[in-house]
Design a binder for this molecule. Structure first.
Ligand code: NAD
Ligand code: DAU
Length: 336
């Protein structure tokens, strides 16, 4: 069994590679990653010498190289994590998001059609459904909810989802899609809320909270997401979409205050800043389908997960200091 993992030098992809190599000894994993600012080879250092693992630096939009790799490795399964993933960056530079998230997905699926595949899995997001009002905690998005995106990021992910379903219907490609809520855990680039707050707090820097900090996100520990994807690629039905969520909704301000408490840092570090443009109010998904069909449930509660995450950032200061340095950003974008 050979699995292509695209975007595996990023946060969730790297955690998925660790999870799969541990869960399936003998399974070959080939990671395709462009190494943008968000991907770092040092993240994959624990598996670089594993005989079952191969890393290839490549852009998923590079059709020729992607086809060559498919011809050479003949993957059984492709799990596509590769994406521009940060909403704030999408507001500044939408075109890059369309290129990687939409056109890159198409190149991968064309390769799957050409060389044959058992399963193509698209790692999508709950953001494709848009947001819910703060005063209706009874509302949740199901897989049948309409696509109603807010940001260039979520629009690019929604476009990719539509293309994935089109390839299933038109060409019979055996696809699945997971739409997951906010992940947190080890190896997340410190631009997203939780790692940014942890690393800023450790450096006694201001903690920038958008607006009044009242927006709500549903947090899921990354390993639980990896387990959900494992179940979907092996037992999920082709042509189906599965919501994945933590059933763990928190206001941003409460998350930031919890991090301050856990680190013994004063709340005076919290700085309210201008709100994100088009800022989604609340995300919440109904996970009945994956629970009943595949028996998946989140296993890590938030207090345990945030504790493990903070411990990881305390123990891996070299990693995050290096990935946020401009040297790293220059190194990883040079020549691409
Ligand atoms: P990330 O930004 O940490 O990592 C993205 C990875 O993709 C990086 O290693 C980067 O180098 C690589 N990449 C970017 N463009 C590429 C290209 N053109 N070719 C090859 N590689 C490329 O992202 P993440 O948070 O790990 O998210 C992974 C996937 O999960 C994304 O598709 C994202 O939309 C989705 N998702 C993320 C979350 C979350 O909370 N982080 C939640 C739901 C879904
Ligand atoms: O819901 C899944 C999505 O979750 C994924 O598809 C995205 O890839 C991922 O980035 C994440 O999107 P969010 O926009 O929800 O995550 P982010 O960490 O950027 O922001 C979380 C919340 O915190 C959001 O309401 C904005 C707020 N925020 C964020 C940052 C970076 C702040 O208040 N201050 C900040 O500095």
């Amino acid at each position: 069994m050979t699995i292509f993992v695209t975007g595996g030098a990023g946060f969730i992809g790297a955690n998925f590679i660790f999870y799969m190599l541990a869960a399936y000894p003998g399974c070959r994993i080939v990671c395709l990653d462009k190494l943008t600012y968000a991907g770092d080879l040092s993240t994959l250092e624990p598996v670089m010498n594993d005989a079952d693992f191969r890393f290839v630096k490549t852009d998923i939009c590079d059709r020729e190289t992607v086809y060559e790799l498919f011809a050479e490795e003949k993957p059984d399964i492709v799990v596509n994590f590769a994406a521009e993933s940060h909403v704030d960056r999408s507001i500044d530079e939408p075109e890059l998001f369309l290129r990687t998230n939409l056109l890159g997905t198409q190149v991968l699926m064309d390769a799957c059609r050409r060389y044959g595949i058992r399963r193509y899995h698209q790692v999508s997001t709950d953001e494709v459904y848009g947001d819910l009002p703060l005063d209706r905690p009874d509302l949740f998005f199901t897989e049948e909810s309409p696509i109603r995106t807010s940001s260039p990021y979520s629009a690019s992910k929604a476009g990719a989802d539509l293309m994935v379903m089109a390839y299933h219907r038109t060409y019979g490609l055996p696809v699945t899609i997971s739409r997951c809520s906010n992940n947190y855990g080890p190896c997340q680039f410190p631009e997203k809320l939780i790692p940014l707050m942890i690393t800023n707090a450790l450096a006694d820097k201001p903690l920038p909270v958008y607006g009044e900090g009242l927006n709500v996100r549903d947090w899921l520990y990354v390993e639980d997401h990896c387990r959900a994807i494992d179940l979907i690629i092996h037992k999920g039905r082709a042509g189906e979409i599965y919501n994945v969520g933590g059933n763990n909704e928190r206001r941003n301000i409460d998350v930031v205050k919890l991090i301050c408490r856990e680190l013994g840092k004063p709340e005076s570090l919290i700085t309210y800043v201008e709100d994100r443009k088009g800022h989604d109010l609340r995300y919440a998904v109904d996970t009945t389908k994956i629970r009943t069909e595949l028996g998946w449930l989140p296993e890590t509660d938030f207090e345990e997960g945030i504790g493990k995450t903070i411990r990881w950032y305390l123990d891996n200061r070299c990693w995050w200091e290096a990935v946020i340095s401009s040297d790293h950003i220059n190194k990883n974008t040079a020549g691409l």
